[in-house]
Design a protein around this ligand. Structure first.
Ligand code: GLC
Length: 438
């Protein structure tokens, strides 16, 4: 990752010393800051794993790679991939409703089946499935109509391509054949060129870099090419560390990540693609807790859905997006464009700060009678329930007159004001947050 190459000279201000973020923006150049701003503010994105694997509900690409079924049988799913109820406007409406500011669609997974009409030698839904048409263009248009940033997932690995060296976990097509490898890199880079010129996405989400080195993928050249087509494009780290942001997968980082830009990709059940047999769904509350954890630590959540082969979205997945959306809409000010909060040594709940740091948002789970914050030097102007409006009474206790240590702020939270999922208390301070640190 490029950011890792920047020596992190962390210039902390006294006030910021206990904020929940590791790398500070002082280490990042102004072009990058500008280019990355929408991403930094977005907080929630929707990942869409859509491909032929939805037909039989098997794991995307991995099912044949791992030998759960043969490649031939896996590819038979092509016949059932109709996309005949695909309605990208409905997708975009739902994404909008969830509160997400961007989406990332699998243009091509490790199985090599492109969702667009690729002119390169290789599989596509246009050539090989009854869908018979480009599925990416309409998605891009529908998102752009609603002002949602557009992302495309692209797997560097292509286990189906005759010139790709690896076929399955146990079978290789070749070793050390530089001519064939050259053909493959030419092929995949031409596909990327198609994506850039046809759709000009705001973001590329690479995957599968682990099978080759940066030099073998020609990662540097690829990054330059994508930026040539769109100087503002954002690239994830899975281009053998030639990207802009880190991509932890499935688990919220325990420690505050040292990368300033990061995004957690996360499934609603245990599968990326549509697997109706997988009913192990997280609850809305669990998903929101993960989102809040990301916000608190300064990252984004990329929440995954897996549409069916006909293009419709499972009711359960729809409902979760709607429920998440109810909460993000109500608490918009605490979600989008916020800064990481104060450390949990000061407040046992995750927090976030407004861009000017004058407002502290506390994400309260459950229905406690009081919420406590210690070590806050600021005066509180007011405290209220975000998205609901009621002013809350508060008190300072335990302030000793003979030292400078602030007392404990105690905010009373009547039960009936609590949100059923996570209540957000907004605390307006007399200036940028300042924490006692002794
Ligand atoms: C992993 C898997 C892949 C999935 C991706 C999403 O890298 O290879 O199946 O698409 O994670 O983050």
């Amino acid at each position: 990752m490029l950011l890792k190459n920047i020596t992190a000279i962390c210039i902390f201000s006294i006030a910021a010393i206990n904020m929940a973020c590791a790398q500070t923006i002082q280490t990042i150049d102004s072009n990058t800051l500008q280019r990355m701003q929408w991403f930094k503010d977005a907080r929630l994105g929707i990942f869409i794993h859509w491909g032929i694997y939805a037909v039989d509900g098997v794991s995307e690409s991995w099912s044949f790679y791992n030998g759960y079924l043969s490649h031939d049988d896996y590819m038979k799913q092509c016949k059932g991939f109709t996309a005949n109820k695909y309605n990208p406007t409905q997708w975009a409406d739902l994404i909008k409703q969830s509160g997400a500011r961007y989406a990332v669609l699998t243009a091509k997974h490790h199985d090599g089946v492109a969702l667009w009409d690729t002119k390169q030698q290789g599989l596509s839904v246009v050539k090989n499935t009854p869908a018979k048409r480009d599925l990416i263009g309409p998605y891009i248009d529908a998102l752009r109509n609603l002002n949602i940033k557009t992302g495309l997932y692209y797997s560097l690995i292509d286990w189906s391509h005759p010139d790709y060296d690896i076929f399955t976990r146990t079978q290789k097509r070749y070793t050390n054949d530089s001519l064939r490898w050259k053909k493959f890199t030419g092929f995949y880079q031409a596909q990327l060129q198609e994506l850039s010129t046809k759709y000009n996405p705001d973001l590329y989400w690479f995957d599968g870099d682990w099978e080759h080195t940066a030099a073998e993928w020609q990662a540097d050249k690829v990054r330059k090419m994508l930026m040539y087509y769109n100087k503002n494009v954002i690239i994830n780290s899975r281009l053998t560390n030639h990207g802009d942001y880190a991509t932890p997968e499935q688990g919220v980082p325990i420690q505050i990540p040292k990368d300033y830009y990061w995004e957690l990709c996360y499934t609603m059940n245990d599968s990326w693609g549509y697997q109706p047999n997988d009913t192990h769904y997280k609850s809305c509350n669990q998903i929101l807790n993960v989102l809040v954890d990301c916000i608190y630590k300064g990252g984004n959540l990329l929440l995954d859905i897996g549409p069916k082969a006909d293009g419709t979205i499972d009711e359960k997945q729809k409902q979760l997006l709607v429920d998440v959306g109810r909460w993000t809409k109500k608490h918009e000010a605490a979600v989008f464009g916020t800064l990481p909060g104060i450390n949990t040594e000061y407040c046992m709940y995750p927090t976030a700060l407004s861009a000017d740091s004058n407002m502290l948002y506390v994400f309260v789970s459950g229905k406690p009678a009081s919420v406590y914050i210690k070590g806050l030097n600021n005066k509180v102007h007011r405290a209220y329930v975000l998205g609901q409006g009621t002013m809350l009474s508060y008190d300072i206790f335990g302030k000793a007159y003979w030292n400078k240590k602030p007392g404990m702020l105690s905010i009373n939270l009547p039960q009936q004001l609590c949100d059923n999922e996570i209540t957000v208390i907004a605390i307006l301070l007399d200036g940028p947050v300042s924490l006692y640190n002794d």
